[in-house]
Design a protein around this ligand. Structure first.
Ligand code: ZN
Length: 272
């Protein structure tokens, strides 16, 4: 690490530093950390916002979309003047404005089996803020195979779910070996979503990233947190590693190249 904080940083992060659980050492770890946010949409926006504010020194932002006016109801790093701009550019401007300590690397790309390994490789932690199963499984599989911890988040109308996958722990596929049939779970565009909902879920994901970097507290390892905004309840489901899991089990695949992600199930063929 070896980072020493300057006077401006001691001021900026004083509410972190004053806590024994973070301190100068924890803040230095944050400034030294690289976190990738996959998706600069509903979940990615609050994650990017709070990770930048927290002083995560290197923030990667991956997205291939442009900002649409219908995004602005929940995707709070983008403004009205950003409509039509690439989301990664808009998000990078937001971060630059918020905190000059943060270096942003933009990845304007669609996550594919061919690029996901290189994409996640340089990061200490990944926030999966995607809105589709294909990318979700790609991120799970690539991060798990590369032993990179990540936070999974998903939203549906008034409900959200979050879990954190760490090396050696169960992965998303242990709980959901394959994606539901197309049409079973619709996207935000066709079902709608309460605008503030991804704010809550994305903030939980950012919290997990900060805790993982600072190395404090208990992560959502082997726990899926379910949030219901209508009832205002948080419930938790514990899950275990599946020894037959094709990604983190006893006989894992070698790479994501072995999986056909064009199949809507994203299932690993030949897996038990
Ligand atoms: Zn697994």
């Amino acid at each position: 690490m070896g980072l020493s904080l300057d006077a401006t940083q001691l001021d900026r992060y004083s509410r972190h530093i004053i806590m024994d659980e973070v301190g100068q050492e924890g803040q230095a770890a944050l400034l030294d950390a690289s976190v990738l946010v996959v998706g600069a949409g509903g979940l990615g926006s609050p994650a990017i916002e709070y990770l930048a504010a927290a002083g995560v020194g290197h923030l990667g932002i991956a997205d291939d979309d442009v900002v649409e006016r219908s995004n602005l109801q929940r995707q709070v790093v983008h403004g009205d003047a950003d409509v039509g701009r690439p989301k990664v550019a808009s998000a990078a401007d937001f971060v630059a404005d918020l905190n000059p300590d943060v270096t942003v690397t933009t990845h304007e790309l669609r996550v594919e089996p061919e690029n996901v390994g290189d994409l996640v490789a340089d990061y200490d932690f990944v926030v999966d803020a995607t809105d589709n199963f294909r990318t979700r499984y790609l991120v799970n599989d690539a991060c798990t195979l590369a032993a990179i911890p990540f936070s999974h988040g998903a939203i549906y109308k008034f409900e959200g779910q979050v879990t954190t996958v760490t090396p050696g722990g169960p992965c998303y596929r242990c709980l959901f070996p394959e994606a539901p049939p197309e049409g079973m779970v619709a996207d935000c565009a066709s079902t709608g979503v309460l605008g503030v909902l991804p704010g809550t879920v994305g903030c939980v994901q950012a919290t997990e990233a900060v805790k993982a970097v600072v190395d404090v507290g208990d992560l959502l390892e082997g726990r899926m947190l379910f949030y219901d905004a209508m009832d205002m309840t948080f419930e938790e489901l514990e899950y275990r590693q599946n020894p037959d899991c094709p990604v983190c089990g006893d006989d894992p695949i070698d790479s994501v190249a072995e999986v056909d992600y064009t199949d809507e199930s994203c299932a690993v063929q030949g897996a038990d």
